[in-house]
Ligand binder design. Structure first.
Ligand SMILES: [Zn+2]
Length: 418
């Protein structure tokens, strides 16, 4: 991305970890090379790079973990990285499980409940069917399950994320914009959520999809996730993030906005001003730009049971659902009419409880036909921030990554942080 090397984007920066309105302050005054984007402990041992490390929670807590290292490795307690508990030239596929005296790795019981598995050569670590760069941290939870966390160089993480979030068939400018949005999202979470937790992000769409450097599919084929193309995209955008008034913000993005991006505050309760919502005439060819679905009233009623039970509301039998669509960017309100009473809720809540995985977005209206509800909707995902299919069309007509980001995150600007 040529402009990223221009003067405007070369400001040396120091981060001030000062959360304010959900944003993080960045002061643009430190001499070059002294960036404290992450403190030194956050960098990977033995690495020259000034790139910070990100901690990614892999999947859900589980009873056992399959690990393997295709080269020299060592294991230390998490809080004592110089105390070697085990080491070797290669770790064949080994099962890790919780043990009453600590953690059991293969046949060996280690007297600690948090370990770090260090692969001497980057990218030789396997967890189940995925190969990762960086190191693995294993924590025992209070109920005896294992939590696996991959601590990895941020830019290597992004070379996988861009592959998982946007297919290689999308134009380079769209993928560059995707990478910058993903980097900004990751760094925002490192400074906010990560400051109070053992990990910074999830490896799913709960944060951003991440499947390591390589994975083995169900047919046993080895598939590259990180590729030379995604590595090149990382180099073209290395260290560039979006800021609003010199602060990182949560750069949400979604697949298809349906014609207008959603107002961040209406979907998430709080969002930075660049997420106020913009018109998008570019995603008309996307899947789920417009969609129809049908569900039975009984299905919706069953999904909503936990919601009403936890609030001690007795709606009675659900007889119909009507939706008022307030128009561009605002979350519609659903009116649920029951045999006992009527209740209103945002369609985001209705989708969360009763429609998850059944309708592509919360932007819909409904029509009752007997016991069936017909949903007519637009968009795919929460609709906040960059529209991925819109960015694809913008790039295809020749727009740059900068133009794409300026369109979907107005009032923000790009800076280089490492
Ligand atoms: Zn769109």
């Amino acid at each position: 991305m040529r402009a990223a090397t221009g003067r405007r984007y070369m400001a040396p920066v120091v981060f001030l970890v000062a959360a304010c309105l959900g944003l993080i302050a960045i002061r643009l005054s430190a001499p070059a090379g002294t960036s404290s984007v992450a403190n030194s402990q956050d960098r990977l041992a033995g690495q020259e790079s000034t790139t910070p490390a990100i901690r990614v929670l892999l999947g859900r807590p589980r009873e056992t973990l399959d690990v393997q290292v295709d080269g020299p490795y060592w294991i230390t307690p998490l809080d004592m990285p110089t105390r070697i508990l085990a080491q070797g030239d290669r770790l064949a596929k080994t099962v890790v499980r919780s043990h009453r005296q600590g953690l059991q790795v293969g046949d060996t019981v280690l007297p600690v409940d948090q370990i770090q598995l260090v692969a001497h050569r980057d990218g030789t670590l396997w967890v189940s069917k995925r190969r990762y760069r960086g190191q693995l941290r294993v924590f025992t939870t209070a109920d005896g399950l294992l939590r696996a966390i991959n601590r990895v160089d941020l830019e290597s993480y992004l070379a996988s994320v861009v592959s998982c979030e946007m297919p290689p068939s999308f134009p380079d400018a769209a993928r560059q914009a995707q990478l910058i949005a993903a980097r900004s999202y990751a760094m925002f979470h490192m400074k906010t959520f990560g400051a109070e937790n053992d990990w910074d992000v999830y490896d799913s769409s709960r944060s951003q999809n991440y499947r390591g450097a390589e994975e083995i599919d169900q047919q046993g084929r080895h598939l590259a996730v990180e590729t030379p193309a995604t590595q090149a995209l990382v180099e073209q955008t290395r260290g560039i993030v979006l800021v609003y008034r010199d602060r990182l913000f949560c750069t949400y993005y979604s697949a298809v906005c349906g014609g207008h991006t959603a107002t961040g505050a209406s979907v998430f309760g709080q969002a930075a001003p660049p997420l106020s919502g913009v018109a998008c005439q570019m995603c008309g060819e996307a899947p789920n730009y417009r969609w129809q679905r049908e569900l039975s009233l009984a299905e919706v009623e069953t999904g909503l049971k936990p919601y009403f039970q936890s609030r001690a509301i007795d709606l009675g039998r659900l007889t119909t659902v009507t939706v008022t669509d307030p128009g561009a960017g605002i979350v519609p309100t659903a009116k649920l009419v029951g045999s006992q009473q009527t209740h209103r809720m945002p369609t985001t809540t209705l989708r969360e409880y009763a429609l998850a995985g059944k309708v592509p977005s919360h932007l819909f209206t409904t029509q009752a036909a007997g016991d069936v509800l017909r949903f007519s909707g637009r968009g795919w995902g929460h609709g906040v921030g960059m529209c991925q299919w819109g960015s694809r069309a913008m790039a295809a007509r020749g727009d740059s990554a900068i133009a794409i980001l300026e369109h979907y995150y107005p009032q923000s600007r790009l800076i280089k942080v490492h």
